[in-house]
Design a protein around this ligand. Structure first.
Ligand code: ZN
Length: 495
């Protein structure tokens, strides 16, 4: 059995108003090519770069969120290489003095365990332009992205499987979104992964292969799984793994050689002479630390403690900040209802019921509504206010409505924006609590289901549930389920 050793290098674009060293707009959605360019990002002679403070604040915030030590002294370096999308012929990056060092990120694996992955560094650099290859073989360059602030994170080789690599990248994306420094959309190229992978049967590491330009979590996972298999087969046959850079071929679902070790660039790093060194004071670090919001891990712990939710539900809210915010608004309304004594049931029970309806029925209503494709808090509350949602939850927990009526109400509330008691009244959905009325419905159902009655008498418990279902259906879901159970039991025992 081989042991797999993986290190990740992840690039992500910083969400700033302007580019890293000039005042051009940093707009990833710009459709017109070469709109956001100027002599500085186009590397005209005689121009001088100026460091973007917002980008520096962003990388400090990122470093703090990932438990890094922020360096008081740092500098920029030139990384020289030639490529058509790089106007300067070099990239301004950081070599030996990155801004963030020695951090870590804890990831939760499918088997329930938690693993700490150490982060070696996060440094600041600038993005390149983009090449658009035309079908006739020609290529056009779009420099809108050239000079956009880019962060590069490098992990220690602490990752041992495709699952761990994927989980690391996913958790990182979540954190970047929580702290709002990057949208980290992999499809848009705002976050890109590179994998360094080797396998070995001994403590000594095997030959390292680099897989570049992985643009989705799935591809990160698949390329690693493929590479583990490919390298193991080579070694099993007594062959050697060659040190090289490979890329993912999506149509063939394989990794392919891109360039060998001998083609590796010699970057000739040297300190950037046009920029002063970067001095970051402890006051500045402390001030930025104060801006750190609650992070995914903090939310997991809080949601478990405060709301007693299971890990699957918690993950639903951790991944969707908008729904999570909506949920907490409803919960705070529920608290008010409880304090006003309109809702007497156990608070945690109400929260759980609220969570169930949000993550299942409500979720499917939103999914079926094309207008809610990219919903936000305002859109959600325009459909159903937190107050109305809380009222519905109370009606359920108080036993005023059955679950089938609750589902009808939820949809009506969504479509009409009315409050649940209003709809209940107007639609004639009010619960039947009158024993006589329920008794009559039950008698009718029993007379039509002689076989089920007989089965129940023979000891079949399923028949009881079946009969309750029939009675609820006959009352169009309106009969008080508790009363139905009591009367039915009494009736059957007397037959
Ligand atoms: Zn510019």
């Amino acid at each position: 059995m081989y042991k797999t050793t993986i290190g990740l290098e992840i690039h992500f674009e910083s969400k700033t108003k302007s580019k890293m060293f000039c005042s051009c707009a940093n707009n990833p959605d710009e459709k017109i090519p070469n709109k956001n360019v100027c002599p500085i990002c186009m590397a005209h002679p005689g121009t001088l770069p100026v460091i973007n403070e917002e980008a520096i604040n962003n990388i400090i915030l990122t470093g703090l969120a990932l438990h890094c030590k922020i360096q008081n002294h740092s500098k920029f370096d030139r990384k020289s290489y030639f490529y058509p999308d790089l106007p300067k012929g070099y990239q301004i990056s950081q070599f030996d003095l990155p801004i963030c060092k020695n951090g870590y990120l804890d990831i939760h694996l499918d088997d329930g365990s938690t693993k700490r992955i150490r982060i070696n560094r996060i440094h600041m650099e600038e993005d390149t332009g983009r090449l658009n290859h035309a079908p006739d073989g020609s290529s056009l360059v779009d420099f809108n992205r050239a000079g956009v602030p880019l962060m590069e994170l490098v992990t220690e080789p602490d990752i041992n499987s495709a699952e761990e690599a994927k989980k690391f990248a996913q958790e990182l994306q979540l954190i970047l979104r929580y702290i709002n420094v990057s949208d980290a959309d992999m499809e848009k190229g705002q976050m890109r992964c590179e994998v360094n992978i080797s396998i070995s049967k001994t403590e000594q590491l095997g030959t390292k292969v680099e897989i570049k330009n992985l643009n989705s979590f799935k591809v990160v996972e698949k390329s690693i799984e493929f590479e583990i298999k490919r390298q193991a087969e080579l070694l099993d046959e007594g062959k050697k793994v060659i040190q090289e850079t490979r890329g993912w071929h999506d149509a063939k679902q394989i990794t392919m050689e891109q360039r060998g070790k001998e083609d590796a660039f010699e970057y000739r790093y040297f300190p950037e002479p046009d920029l002063p060194p970067l001095n970051i004071s402890n006051e500045m670090i402390n001030e930025i630390e104060g801006r750190l919001p609650e992070l995914p891990e903090g939310k997991r712990i809080r949601f478990a403690e405060e709301y007693g939710l299971d890990s699957k539900s918690i993950e639903f809210y951790v991944k969707d900040e908008i729904i999570s915010h909506y949920f907490e608004k409803i919960v705070s309304e529920l608290k008010c209802w409880k304090e006003d004594r309109k809702c007497k049931s156990n608070f945690i029970d109400s929260v759980k019921i609220c969570s169930n309806y949000l993550s299942t029925d409500f979720q499917s209503i939103i999914k079926n509504d094309s207008a809610m494709k990219d919903y936000d808090s305002i859109k959600l509350e325009k459909k159903i206010t937190a107050e109305n949602f809380a009222e519905l939850v109370c009606m359920i927990t108080e036993g005023d409505i059955s679950s089938s009526i609750a589902k009808i109400l939820l949809l009506e509330m969504y479509n009409t924006q009315k409050d649940p008691s209003d709809i209940l009244e107007k639609k004639g959905l009010k619960q039947i609590n009158d024993g006589g009325e329920i008794d009559a419905i039950i008698s009718n159902v029993l007379s039509k289901n002689a076989k089920a009655v007989e089965d129940y008498k023979k000891g079949k418990q399923n028949s009881f549930t079946f009969l309750v279902g029939q009675i609820m259906a006959a009352s169009k879901g309106k009969a008080n389920p508790k009363t139905v159970g009591e009367i039915l039991k009494k009736k059957l025992d007397n037959i």
